[in-house]
Design a binder for this molecule. Structure first.
Ligand code: HEM
Length: 461
């Protein structure tokens, strides 16, 4: 009998290397000019290329299709790699961002119902009321530090909606501790040398004190909410009532890590609001269309949950600003086994970076990609986009759990502010994004505000 013909062995497609320095590779650009480096790699290497950050090789994926296959199709064959492990001391080892496979699926299933759009409806009033209070506090002609103002507004909103704390009236100790912990994540992920938190440096001591404050406050809140959840409407009250398939509640340790992760995840909203204001102030014609929509739909009253589907152009503006400035500008994974994707061999353990910032600038799907054009997201055009072309909230099982929360909050804040304020940039220069770890910041963005005299806006009840 004849031996079966050997199956054709196809060797993997080779992955081009991006040129760099002999010892340090692309380290210096990776640290100080990351967006330009990513653009250059795409131009030189195409859909995938290798860069070297010091001794460490990393793959840079510029194709949305390949990124989607890794994040979604191979979700069970990748983890977050070394970058995400830096977060452990802060968010805890049971954090959603660190869990993978069945453990992640189980925890996600328990948390997901609290983040469904309809579940969030009763937070609308808090979001609008706090925005109105912020607006009332601003004087005509005042120059706002946009990021600072949006950060304190969204912080107040998440404090109230997540655990029923109003930072304006209650102790700021938790807020200060959270700020320090988040800042420490930035510090760790941008430092080359990782100093363990146990070392007795002054910074470590401050961070350990902050973590202790967060830990005791969260545990106290969780215990209290197990008793008084019926009287509250915050997200923690619904989380303490969740039961798994065996009828067990989420453990205190797990809830602690979940709160920390949700809170940390929330930070992106303020950054992305900053970019939306930057784009609106630089495009008066777009701002005028938003204003016309807001005035027509709301007729002077504050927005409610039911208004959101009618504020369609406002939503398009928000989507387009997340296209140009996806605040989590790169996603990172490492295969847990050798993978073959689109003919390329992706070796086990190799860091893979997938920047939405680059993927969202694919001219095939977004002609003239640098142009700010909210009409790209008209429903009939948006429907034609493949799922992988636009991923500001990621893809696959780790897709942002707070995406509905974020979109609703942004739509309400933008509509309320446009309804009541005229805004202009203090400085009309182009603003290069400041890159911190995985986020894009609108650094030093100042906006002058003036209360609209033509608005017949009424206060929230
Ligand atoms: C415009 C605002 C936001 C943007 C652009 C954003 C973006 C993202 C992205 C890209 C991921 C996936 C990361 C990855 O796959 O590695 C993510 C995950 C996550 N986000 Fe958001 N986010 C935003 C707002 C929020 C809000 C408001 C919350 C909470 C209320 C939140 C909570 C989370 C959590 C808990 C995860 C981890 C999910 C998991 O690993 O299963 N985010 N976010």
């Amino acid at each position: 009998m004849e031996a079966p013909a050997p199956s054709p062995v196809t060797s993997p497609r080779s992955i081009p290397s991006f040129p760099g320095r002999f010892l340090t590779g692309n380290l210096s650009d990776f640290r100080s000019n990351r967006l330009k480096l990513f653009r250059d790699v795409k131009e030189t290497c195409g859909e995938i290329g290798t860069i070297r950050v010091g001794p460490l090789p990393m793959l840079l994926v510029s194709s949305g299709g390949i990124a989607h296959t890794i994040l979604h199709g191979h979700a069970n064959d990748v983890d977050g790699g070394p970058l995400v492990k830096t977060f452990v001391p802060l968010v805890g080892e049971r954090s959603l961002v660190l869990l993978h496979g069945p453990q992640h699926r189980k925890q996600r299933k328990l948390l997901a119902p609290s983040f469904q759009r309809e579940q969030l409806a009763h937070f609308t009033q808090t979001m609008v009321r706090y925005t109105l209070e912020a607006i009332e506090g601003w004087r005509d002609g005042q120059e706002l530090d946009v990021h600072g103002e949006m950060a304190s507004l969204t912080m107040r909103i998440i404090g109230k909606t997540l655990f029923d704390v109003d930072y304006r009236h209650e102790t700021n100790e938790l807020l200060g501790a959270m700020g320090l912990a988040l800042e420490h994540i930035e510090y760790l992920t941008s430092s080359l040398v990782q100093i363990p938190l146990s070392w007795p440096t002054p910074r470590n001591k401050r961070v350990r004190d902050a973590l202790h404050t967060i830990d005791t406050t969260f545990r106290e809140m969780i215990r209290q909410r197990r008793v008084d959840h019926a009287q509250r409407k915050d997200m923690l009250s619904s989380l303490v009532q969740v039961r798994d398939e065996e009828g067990q509640p989420i453990s205190e340790d797990q809830l602690h890590d979940d709160l920390m992760t949700i809170y940390a995840g929330h930070e992106s909203t303020a950054l992305s609001l900053g970019w939306t204001w930057y784009l609106l102030a630089r495009h008066p014609e777009v701002l005028a269309r938003v204003r016309q929509e807001v005035d027509t739909v709301l007729g002077g009253r504050p927005p409610a949950f039911e208004d959101l589907p009618h504020l369609r152009y406002t939503l398009q503006v928000i989507k387009e600003s997340l296209r140009l400035y996806p605040v989590i500008f790169m996603l990172a994974r490492a295969p847990t086994r050798d993978l073959d994707v689109a003919g390329y061999r992706l070796p086990k353990g190799q860091m893979i970076l997938m920047p939405p910032y680059i993927i969202h600038r694919d001219a095939t799907f977004f002609p003239e990609p640098e142009r700010f054009d909210p009409d790209r997201f008209r429903p009939e055009l948006e429907k034609q986009l493949p799922r992988y072309a636009y991923i500001p909230f990621g893809a696959g099982p780790h897709t942002c759990i707070g995406n509905h929360f974020a979109m609703m909050e942004k739509q309400l804040i933008v509509a309320t502010m446009v309804q009541r304020l005229n805004v202009e940039l203090v400085d009309d220069k182009e603003l290069p994004p400041e890159v911190l770890t995985v986020t894009l910041r609108p650094a030093h963005l100042a906006m002058r505000v003036e209360h609209r005299k033509d608005a017949s806006a009424s206060a929230v009840s």
